[in-house]
Design a protein around this ligand. Structure first.
Ligand SMILES: C[S@@+](CC[C@H](N)C(=O)[O-])C[C@H]1O[C@@H](n2cnc3c(N)ncnc32)[C@H](O)[C@@H]1O
Length: 437
């Protein structure tokens, strides 16, 4: 049952967090299902913001609730555990007055099991307000509680990035800006800036990102001028650099081997009149490529198939360019998807590394001699990035790395790495290799 008014976003965000943490669902999917018949834009945004906040601070919130309740809540009352987490997040965040947070949480609890846990919610939150200094001090002393990440991920990131590890974890807890991509077939960056300004939005044009704008305020994407007809799209700056490494030109035959939902396919088509095959293993996700391309009114050949098994789908004609935007740990985009840290397991990384390797080996022979393969991930883990490519280069003597010192990023052996927050971007790795004649 749903409570009314301001308590509704609290209740829905609690349910979304429970779907992620207890049932392993992706947050965006859980929110889409919960908000499907919920029209109010501000409440949708609030629900999302609260869920993000809880997932970022989950270890601390969970630990505090356990200290504050007299007895752990039973399995059936688990929704109240998450409602308390939402309220504690709001009390710690301080945007709303304490009494308003407590009031709305108690009201939200009224919709659960005839309201019999309203008293408990009230008592726990008031107990927190009395003991908050001691509780906060205990959180600050514990690296897992203080950072908001699982132990294995803290260890893995700091092992790979001993100097930058803490900054990477902190950047994953920051709220990212909204990056836009200007469709240069439709607008120059200046025209896009002018259209945004005329509609009341403030944006900036970052150097080194030729098609990108960064919006200074929060906005609903559908409210942006040019979004509906494909003149503007949402895409992080780091992802927009991939197209530079592909060195596109009209007439080239290009494979986007992991294409869905189609952000990079769209960018490539906006840049040049290429003959593009957009491949993805997931037919449902491939449908989103179609939607995205329809919005920008450009075309590609859509193909469902496994990039590691070209026999099943390849027509035998080689490609001039291949993009492998590989499935990865997504540890570079945790600031946009705080659920990733709870959904990934340590063992997933080795499985992903094996998949990436199989794709690279299967696709390399499909590249025309003289052609370019670009490998990209939104990971910060060395095994998926420079480590993966180092071993690829050892296996393929006919591959030559193309350096791009003009592009933003850290040179990390073979390839370019942006860490989350570098240039205000997501964490991202990219490498271009040419196949020798
Ligand atoms: C990082 S996402 C790609 C994002 C996309 N390039 C974009 O810019 O919008 C990785 C994609 O790889 C797909 N994928 C995973 N394993 C695959 C495989 N073996 N063959 C082809 N695609 C695969 C996933 O379905 C997912 O859509």
């Amino acid at each position: 049952m749903r409570p009314k008014t301001g308590s509704q976003p609290r209740w829905l965000s609690a349910q979304a967090c429970q779907a992620v943490l207890d049932r392993g669902r992706a947050l965006d999917e859980a929110l889409a299902a919960l908000l499907s018949d919920f029209d109010d834009g501000r409440d949708r945004a609030l629900t999302r913001r609260l869920a993000h906040g809880v997932l970022r601070d989950w270890p601390a919130l969970d630990s505090m609730i356990r200290q504050l309740v007299e007895r752990p809540l039973g399995k059936g009352d688990r929704p109240i555990h998450f409602l308390l987490a939402v309220a504690l997040h709001e009390l710690r965040d301080g945007r709303e007055p304490d009494h308003a947070v407590v009031h709305v949480a108690v009201e939200a609890a009224g919709a659960f099991r005839g309201g019999r846990l309203r008293g408990l919610v009230n008592a726990v939150l008031r107990n927190f307000l009395r003991r908050r200094e001691v509780l906060e001090a205990s959180v600050a002393e514990d690296p897992v509680l203080a950072s908001g990440y699982p132990r294995w991920l803290i260890d893995r990131i700091t092992a790979d990035w001993p100097e930058q590890g803490e900054a990477i974890l902190a950047a994953g807890n920051a709220v990212p800006p909204l990056w836009l991509r200007v469709n240069r077939r439709r607008w120059s960056r200046d025209q896009a800036l002018a259209a945004l300004e005329a509609a009341g939005f403030v944006a900036r044009a970052p150097a080194h990102f030729t098609d990108a704008l960064v919006l200074e305020d929060r906005a609903r994407v559908s409210d942006l001028p040019g979004f509906a007809d494909g003149a503007l799209s949402v895409q992080d700056g780091a992802a927009q650099l991939v197209v530079e490494e592909l060195e596109l030109a009209d007439g080239l035959r290009v494979l986007d081997a992991c294409a869905a939902p189609g952000g990079k396919s769209a960018h490539m088509l906006e840049r040049a009149d290429i003959d593009l095959t957009a491949l993805d293993i997931d037919a449902d996700r491939l449908a989103r490529v179609e939607e995205n391309l329809q919005r920008i009114r450009l075309n590609a050949r859509l193909q469902t198939g496994n990039a590691a098994d070209p026999e099943a789908w390849w027509d035998g004609r080689r490609f001039d360019r291949i993009l492998v935007d590989a499935p990865c740990s997504a540890t570079g985009v945790i600031r946009r998807h705080p659920d990733i840290r709870w959904l990934r397991r340590a063992s997933d990384v080795e499985t992903l590394v094996a998949t990436q390797r199989a794709m690279l080996d299967a696709l390399w022979p499909l590249l025309e001699p003289g052609g370019i393969l670009v490998y990209a991930t939104c990971s910060v883990l060395v095994a998926e990035n420079a480590g993966q490519i180092q071993s690829f280069l050892e296996r393929h003597a006919d591959a030559r790395v193309i350096d791009h010192p003009e592009l933003p990023g850290r040179a990390v052996g073979p390839g370019r790495q942006l860490l989350p927050g570098d240039e205000d971007c997501d964490g991202f790795y990219c490498l271009a290799a040419r196949r020798l004649q």
